[in-house]
Structures are given as structure tokens and as C-alpha cells.
Design a protein around this ligand. Sequence first.
Ligand code: ZN
Ligand code: ZN
Length: 96
Amino acid sequence: MKIKCKNCIPEDGIEKPNFTQSEKQEIWKLKTEKPIFAVKTLIDKYKFSQKEAKYIIAHINSNYGKCNRCSYNNLVEEYKNCPKCKALNFNWKIDK
Ligand SMILES: [Zn+2]
Ligand SMILES: [Zn+2]
């Protein structure tokens, strides 16, 4: 299944990644602390292309439920285009 974002390249989106919960925790934490290193980790460890890795990191939500791009604050699905601004959100539930 592909996930898409109208704001981002590639326009036809990427395949939805299948991360385990512990991988999501790791990637979320890296994104929060060292975004460039997070991209590198997706490429080196998870074998994504640079384009996919950047796309993934750009769309991970900092806060569960809250759109990355606008003020919408009620996202419930994991890979969701915001109903207000249509931006793609990786709305992962992370234990902080
Ligand atoms: Zn986007
Ligand atoms: Zn939004």
C-alpha cells in the first residue's frame, strides 16, 4: 500500500514502511534528537533509499495526534493524511 503527501516529492508517494514498535521508538527518538542521523540510519540499517528515508523522517509526528503541518490535533490513524491540510502524518504512538 502506498502512502502519499500532496506537499512532497515523490508525488505518487512511497510504500508504507512496516516497522515494529521498537523500531518506531528508535527512529522517533533519533528524529527528535538527531534528524540527519535518523535519515542515515534508515539508509544504512533499514536499507531505504535516500529519497524514502528523507520522506519517512519528514513525516513522523513529534506529538501523537497532532498534525506536523497545521494545528489539527485529533489524528487517530497511524498513516494519515490530515483532514484539515492534507499533509501526511506518521502518527506513531510512542512511549516517551
Ligand atoms: Zn509531506
Ligand atoms: Zn494538518
